[in-house]
Design a protein around this ligand. Structure first.
Ligand code: ATP
Ligand code: MG
Length: 293
């Protein structure tokens, strides 16, 4: 039996109640998390997501540094985009720096830039990634994976908002807002002397923590609905919903890869060549499925 898409929330509520996954289900109001609502790009209206959206409204309006934490796939990068897009710096660049992929030897030239002739092969000057973000936001992603050398350099530029280009003779000023994200436990890294305490406090001015999807399962129906619509359009399908059996699977699964994994599973089953309009089963992992005919 297909879930009735005209009354999906009532059906989801039934299904959640049936599967005893319901926690504070009144949070599933119509006023939050709809793709067209103010916080539309962040889907979810579970109690934790409602709190996060309220907090995002506050921090987005300011220029303060925000540390975004949470497991892989919980939406940290999406939150960073949201903050930038709702901040006074919207319209200016948002530059993401993957700190985990920043070799010490290239850090300064990549971030601060270099002058022509600074090293063999530097045939032209380069202004560096931080300057590309001028007036906007720099999103330091995977900050828990930085080497001690990178931590020292990034701490200094965040504090002083200026740096020397390689081969340069004067310090270049920067104007950017700082956002940072990690899926690591930074407090533990600090306690183990693997992350600088001063950098930690410099980043942890305002904190947004994204709980894992298994702790906000009320968000799953909205996410499923959003992704089904997206993939129906993209793959020219007419999938109307999930059968109770498929819902039960989706709602009981622990989603270790969080929203990214849910998205991938729905993309995979939506792309598969079958004619059905309802997913009868969703197996995770590895994502086996069958569609009704
Ligand atoms: N609340 C949400 N609403 C809609 N899409 C979301 C939400 N949270 C996450 N996503 C989607 O899930 C995927 C993973 O999100 P994102 O890249 O932001 O995760 P992450 O926390 O940065 O993960 P990682 O630690 O692995 O880098 C993206 O496709 C993103 O658009
Ligand atoms: Mg990320």
């Amino acid at each position: 039996m297909a879930l009735d898409h005209r009354r999906p929330r009532a059906r989801w509520r039934d299904e959640l109640n049936k599967t005893a996954l319901h926690v504070g289900y009144d949070a599933l109001s119509e006023s939050h998390g709809h793709p067209n609502s103010k916080n539309g790009c962040l889907i979810g209206d579970s109690a934790p997501m409602v709190r996060i959206k309220r907090r995002l409204e506050q921090v987005s309006a300011t220029d303060c540094t925000v540390l975004i934490t949470g497991e892989t796939g919980t939406g940290k990068e999406r939150v960073a985009e949201h903050i930038h897009q709702h901040s006074p710096r919207q319209g200016k660049p948002l530059v993401r720096i993957n700190c985990a992929a920043l070799p010490d030897g290239l850090l300064e030239s990549e971030l601060f830039g270099y002058e022509r002739g600074a090293f063999t092969g530097a045939n032209a000057s380069y202004e560096g990634k931080l300057k590309l973000a001028e007036g906007g936001t720099v999103f330091f992603d995977e900050i828990g994976d930085m080497s001690p050398y990178a931590q020292a350099k990034i701490l200094r530029v965040i504090e002083t908002k200026e740096a020397y280009r390689l081969g340069g003779r004067r310090s270049i000023p920067f104007d950017f807002r700082v956002l940072g994200a990690t899926n690591q436990d930074l407090e533990r890294l600090v306690a183990e002397n693997r992350f600088r305490k001063d950098l930690f406090f410099r980043l942890d001015v305002a904190r947004i923590h994204l709980p894992p999807l298994k702790e906000r399962k009320e968000d799953i129906p909205l996410l499923v609905d959003h992704y089904l619509k997206t993939y129906n359009t993209r793959f020219r399908r007419q999938i109307e919903g999930l059968t109770p059996e498929a819902w039960s699977c989706v709602l009981h699964y622990q989603w270790p890869g969080n929203v990214r994994e849910l998205n991938n599973v729905l993309a995979r089953i939506s792309r598969a060549p079958c004619k059905g309009t309802v997913f009868q089963r969703v197996r995770t992992p590895p994502g086996n499925f069958r569609s009704s005919r």
